[in-house]
Design a protein around this ligand. Structure first.
Ligand code: GAP
Length: 477
């Protein structure tokens, strides 16, 4: 099959992620395992920056939001109460010819049709065909359980069955009373959590976008009944501001409002924050108003009261919930896609040629060289500063550069590189998105100045070494 421009672009991005240590296939040396990914040294830093930025904007800067770190495996009754057991499934179809499996609703949507709802479940419209081999011989849609199962203890029978959590949210709901009792919070207040979630997705795809093991950042914000609309608007706006702050252009971010008739039965509103990936517009986060569904369910199933008493009015009620729920891996992928640029630059400054945007899969024209650059916002960039001695065989340059590197490393993640031509070293840093590089040369030994080079403009300025930290602190803010 001929590759589309988007597929070529995603291939180039996935190849860079592997080559430079952002993302590897899980169990790579055994041929990989579908839907599971490992983050290499740079991917780990990138995800850490995403988590820290989210935590700062949600918890640290809101005195009425506190954190939680709940277990991945919980009492199985949690999932009965939440509706996941028996209800957390996707209708799927198999192609009888090529044996591939697809999500029924996605398949219909791609072919401009709607999945038909019947008394027994679902049916496919007549003209749907297999996107892989073109066959119209597809099975009827059947439910496919998305919960990963395991057993607790030595006996593997139904009484020992447990589940890997498909979302972090239920850990928050089940600890609502404990957190309330220990944190001296009053409604409105929130509990935030970052952690792994697991879903046995039918069709993991689009690189890390739909994985079977992924990480969520969720806030459950508890409010007084009747105030949901106000808080839903507040959190949606907060989240949109955050996306811009971490470097996703507002042109590529969209609010997808769920129509009232497509909402889950308990929800009163849901807006997805979606991003224009090369493979199309897709959800990064859902911001939902979930009513009092979750706490009511857990109150009924556990027999423990989850009511809140307003100390001033003595009024008792089950709080309503606003839930911004985002995926770390999807945000990391969006940031990489947004940052990824390939340029063709004139080899010579005086050639009269203009820089060009590269065409995926094509070679740079004569007179040009290619530069790949990840234009991460400084707060998100895995490495903030690279330090280079001009020549590795001049001990006085190396020791001066090393001294500076150690000072900078105490403040920011830094990278030391002393091999290869200086231009090549700059290009290596461009490709991993390092915003600044510092070169120590012979002039440094004379006048204590260094060259500071900026990634996007490639401009170089001379800076006194004793002013470097304050200049970088300002630029990396
Ligand atoms: N507690 C609500 C909840 O879990 P969701 O829309 O199913 O809602 C929230 O998931 C977010 O988790 C999504 O917006 C997405 O960013 C992330 N997510 C969900 N399934 C995912 C998957 N299979 N792979 C990667 N991220 C996923």
């Amino acid at each position: 099959m001929k590759k589309t421009k988007a597929t070529k672009l995603m291939d180039a991005i996935a190849s860079l992620c592997k080559r430079r240590g952002f993302i590897f296939q899980s169990s790579d040396i055994y041929g990989g395992i579908a839907g599971f990914w490992d983050y290499g040294p740079l991917g780990t830093e990138l995800k850490r920056n995403i988590r820290e930025s989210w935590w700062k904007s949600i918890v640290q800067t809101h005195e009425n939001v506190v954190g939680l770190d709940s277990s991945i495996i919980m009492h199985p009754r949690v999932w009965e109460a939440s509706g996941h057991i028996g209800g957390f499934s996707d209708p799927m179809v198999d192609c009888k010819s090529c044996k591939k499996r697809f999500k029924a609703d996605g398949l219909c949507e791609e072919q401009g049709e709607d999945l038909i709802t019947t008394e027994k479940g679902f049916a496919l419209p007549e003209n749907i065909k297999c996107p892989n081999c073109g066959s119209r011989e597809l099975t009827e849609p059947r439910d496919f359980d998305l919960m990963f199962k395991t057993f607790i203890g030595p006996v593997e029978d139904d009484s020992a069955r447990a589940y890997l959590r498909p979302e972090t949210a239920q850990g928050i709901f089940t600890q609502f009373s404990n957190v309330l009792a220990t944190s001296r919070q009053k409604i409105p207040f929130g509990i935030a959590q970052i952690g792994k979630a697991f879903r046995n997705e039918i069709n993991p795809r689009n690189f890390t976008f739909r994985s079977r093991e992924f990480e969520q950042m969720e806030l459950e914000f508890f409010v007084e009944p009747g105030t949901s609309e106000k808080w839903h608007t507040y959190w949606l706006e907060e989240r949109l501001k955050w996306y811009e702050k971490v470097g996703l252009s507002s042109d590529n971010i969209h609010k997808d409002v769920h129509p009232k008739d497509k909402l889950a039965h308990y929800a009163t509103a849901c807006v997805d924050v979606a991003y224009d990936f090369p493979f199309g517009r897709q959800e990064l986060e859902g911001v939902a108003a979930r009513g009092c569904f979750d706490l009511t369910q857990h109150q009924e199933c556990s027999g423990k009261s989850l009511e809140y008493t307003d100390q001033e009015t003595n009024e008792r009620y089950i709080p309503h919930v606003i839930e911004p729920s985002a995926g770390v891996d999807r945000i990391a992928l969006a940031l990489i896609c947004e940052a990824y640029h390939v340029e063709w630059l004139p080899k010579k400054n005086d050639s009269g040629l203009e820089p060009l945007e590269a065409e995926p899969g094509l070679r740079a024209p004569d007179g040009y060289e290619e530069r790949t650059v990840l234009r991460f916002a400084p707060t998100i960039a895995p490495i903030k500063v690279a330090v280079f001695p001009l020549l590795k065989n001049k001990p006085e340059l190396v020791s001066k550069a090393r001294e500076l590197f150690e000072q900078l490393q105490a403040i920011w993640p830094c990278f030391w590189d002393q091999t290869g031509a200086i231009g090549r070293r700059y290009r290596r840093q461009d490709e991993i998105g390092t915003p600044y590089a510092v070169t120590i040369d012979f002039d440094t030994l004379e006048d204590n100045t260094i060259t500071l080079r900026e990634r996007d403009s490639m401009k170089q300025i001379r800076v006194p070494i004793n002013e470097l930290i304050s200049i970088l602190s300002e630029k990396l803010k």
